[in-house]
Design a protein around this ligand. Structure first.
Ligand code: KIV
Ligand code: ZN
Length: 386
């Protein structure tokens, strides 16, 4: 690991799969895990083994299907959960148990009906027990986003002593603002004794649309692992999206951080997950949405046709999309008509372009999008071309 490497912990198969109605079968989980390995993720969270026999088997199958990434299984800070996770990971080349407990006042008082001292004891016991199965133990402080920083620091200090190798700071409810989440990571880095022995990890939810911004704020303040999912899928409004965080770090070398992800496989991975989960990607989704590289207004089209980077900060090829799209709508201008006409074999003269454009606007006002077939008909009807 170099100091500027950020580990990508993909939880599509665990937190992502918590989307209602998107359950994957074992073969689909294995297929996606293999794709995540090709993509270059560092850690695959394959499931929550104690949750069902099917998930247990799926975690085992993922362990056997991949060799490069660490395979991780989730467990609560409950002895049986940890034991079952340990068993499911038995055949992993490199296995990690991800165990933890709620640390915010709300979780301690209302969900766990407990107190801080007991939570601290349970956290330590869980990590120690997990270490009897694997060397790599990640601890999550659930609802860390709303947890008092001093208590959080005490818990983390104790679990590091107990053998935790990674410390997950989840903004479970997606409540934090980026400055706040970044400051929390910085506070922990500066105030937890022994912090250099562990990797700090971000795990952000998207309830306020801030998951990506919070994860980036986290790594800018010293976290070195991002927990994320393909297409940002997950509970409620979802998790941090892998493609967004990876491309932010790749497109902005000035941030001084990067990942091992082969970005050229991002688009095909996004399609695979969307298809297997039956979960469409919104068209305007950053990086992988159908419109992410589509230009429809005349001003933008003119710019992009002259030089791509006037309106595109990412080369579509870098994420596995083979070209940008010039979409013909009533907002398109002559440059787009000339460009698309050329693509279908017509080098229009200026006079021809004027005639085609006039008719095109009538058609475009009646239709949402003018396709190549429509354009061909317009050209044949308004010029002497055959
Ligand atoms: O959001 C969360 O807090 C989680 C933990 C179980 C890691 O998913
Ligand atoms: Zn989560």
């Amino acid at each position: 690991m170099t100091d500027n490497q950020v580990f990508i912990f993909d939880t599509t198969l665990r937190d992502g799969e918590q989307v209602p109605g998107c359950k994957l079968n074992m073969d689909q989980k294995v297929e996606i895990a293999r794709q995540l390995e090709r993509l270059g993720v560092d850690i695959i969270e394959a499931g929550f083994p104690v949750s069902s026999p099917g998930d247990f088997k799926a975690v085992q199958a993922v362990c056997q299907a991949v060799t490069d990434p660490v395979v991780c299984g989730l467990s609560r800070a409950v002895e049986n959960d940890i034991k079952v996770a340990g068993e499911a990971l038995r055949f992993a080349k490199r296995g990690r148990i991800h165990t933890g407990i709620g640390t915010s006042d709300s979780h301690i008082r209302y969900k766990l009906r407990s107190d801080q001292a007991t939570i601290l004891e349970r956290a330590v016991a869980a990590v120690k027990y997990a270490r009897t199965f694997v060397e790599d133990v990640e601890f999550y402080a659930e609802d860390a986003g709303r947890t008092d920083n001093e208590f959080l620091a005490r818990v983390l200090e104790a679990v590091i002593k107990a053998g935790a190798t990674v410390l997950n700071i989840p903004d479970t409810t997606g409540y934090c603002m980026p400055e706040e989440y970044g400051a929390k990571i910085r506070y922990l880095r500066e105030n937890v004794t022994g912090i250099h022995k562990a990797v700090l990890s971000t795990h952000c939810h998207n309830d306020l649309g801030l998951a990506t911004a919070n994860s980036i704020a986290g790594v800018l303040n010293g976290a070195r692992q991002i927990e994320c999912t393909i297409n940002g899928i997950g509970e409620r409004a979802g998790n941090t999206s892998l493609e967004e965080t990876v491309m932010i770090l790749r497109q902005r070398p000035d941030l001084g951080l990067d990942t091992r992800i082969n970005t050229k496989l991002i688009y095909e991975t996004s399609r695979m997950v969307s298809d297997r989960m039956g979960m469409p990607v919104q068209p305007n989704k950053a990086i992988v949405g159908a419109n992410a590289f589509a230009h429809s207004s005349g001003i933008h089209q003119d710019g992009v046709i002259k030089r791509r980077d006037t309106y595109e900060i990412i080369n579509p090829l870098d994420v596995g999309v083979d070209h940008s799209k010039i979409v013909l709508t009533a907002r398109s201008g002559r440059a787009a008509i000339a460009y698309r006409s050329k693509n279908i074999g017509y080098n229009l003269t200026k006079d021809e372009l004027d005639l085609v454009y006039a008719r095109f606007l009538e058609v475009a006002d009646a239709k949402k999008e003018v396709e190549d077939g429509d354009l061909n008909t317009i050209i044949l009807a308004t010029t002497t071309r055959t």
